[in-house]
Design a protein around this ligand. Structure first.
Ligand code: ATR
Length: 280
């Protein structure tokens, strides 16, 4: 029950009413028996500055930030983590005694999900990233921390792939290839990750690449979690790939936020269960 000592959290976005974060984080607080509460706030772009001032004024301990505020919010904070700077976006704010620190838990959340659910080590692995938008940028820095052999970006608009690769000063570890070289590159790939919007509801029959290009035993991963199993993953599975969907990224980005805010390990399985229940 909330009382005069309840510590407050929230998520801001536009739209926001679809967000599963409140049920997931409130379940986590309950599981750990800590006196915290988490709500969703609809904040339009022209209200972002006031919303952040409100966090300071009311002493919220933390905030999640979602579309369309992840980039604009950075200018309103006091400090940014290395990961947030690399991703060029913030999804989690921690209020450290009045100092607002911005983090990005999307990329590290994705990587933790990939490692815990399907591929325990990415060291020495060759990873192909399909797409070169904000979602790709968000995960590449986190993937690079795992010491893979190579991260190769391929995108419909090739110039965006080469610009994104060049923006990571990681000594040749992040490169780009033209889409026309993708079939050949897939023969060497251990993990192929779809970060494009291809296959997202309502266009669920679409696939980002021909799944017959994928190597048997390699991992096919999709950031999309609606649907839970995209057509890309369905076809990849038939092809003999191990598959990894996008729901884990959502769960673990929330788990990291919980851990930054409370200093306690997140009850990941309970968080996953309550989200799965709400989706069914
Ligand atoms: P997000 O923040 O989700 O990454 P984004 O920045 O708009 O969104 O990026 C969308 C990505 O999906 C881009 O890589 C885009 O390719 P382009 O750079 O060529 O636009 C990719 N994408 C979207 N629709 C696509 C399609 N029909 N075929 C291939 N790639 C597509």
């Amino acid at each position: 029950m909330m009382d005069s000592n309840t510590v407050l959290f929230g998520v801001i976005g536009d739209p926001i009413r679809h967000s599963k974060s409140p049920i997931m984080l409130n379940r986590a607080f309950k599981e750990k028996g800590i006196n915290c509460a988490y709500a969703a706030f609809h904040v339009a772009p022209n209200q972002l500055e006031q919303a952040i001032a409100g966090v300071r004024g009311l002493g919220f301990r933390g905030l999640n930030v979602t579309i369309p505020h992840k980039i604009e919010v950075m200018a309103l904070l006091d400090e940014l983590s290395e990961g947030a700077k690399a991703a060029g976006a913030v999804n989690t704010i921690v209020n450290e005694n009045g100092r607002l620190v911005g983090y990005n838990t999307d990329g590290i959340g994705y990587v933790r999900s990939l490692k815990e659910e399907i591929e325990p080590s990415l060291t020495g692995k060759t990873i192909i990233v399909l797409g070169a938008g904000g979602a790709a940028r968000g995960i590449i820095w986190a993937l690079a921390q795992e010491n893979p052999a190579a991260i190769i970006i391929a995108n419909r608009t090739e110039s965006k792939a080469s610009e994104l690769a060049a923006s990571f000063s990681l000594a040749g570890k992040v490169t780009s290839i033209p889409w026309s070289d993708l079939q050949e590159a897939c023969k060497q790939a251990d993990v192929v990750i779809n970060t494009t919007s291809v296959g997202m509801s309502p266009n669920i029959e679409k696939v980002p690449l021909d799944p017959s290009w994928l190597r048997i035993g390699s991992v096919a991963s999709d950031l999309i979690y609606n649907p839970l199993k995209t057509e890309f993953l369905k076809q990849a599975e038939l092809q003999g790939c191990r598959i990894h969907g996008g729901l884990g990224m959502f769960i673990y980005q929330g788990a990291y936020a919980f851990e930054y805010w409370t200093g306690q390990p997140a009850p990941v399985e309970e968080m996953r269960a309550v989200v799965m229940e709400s989706l069914s």
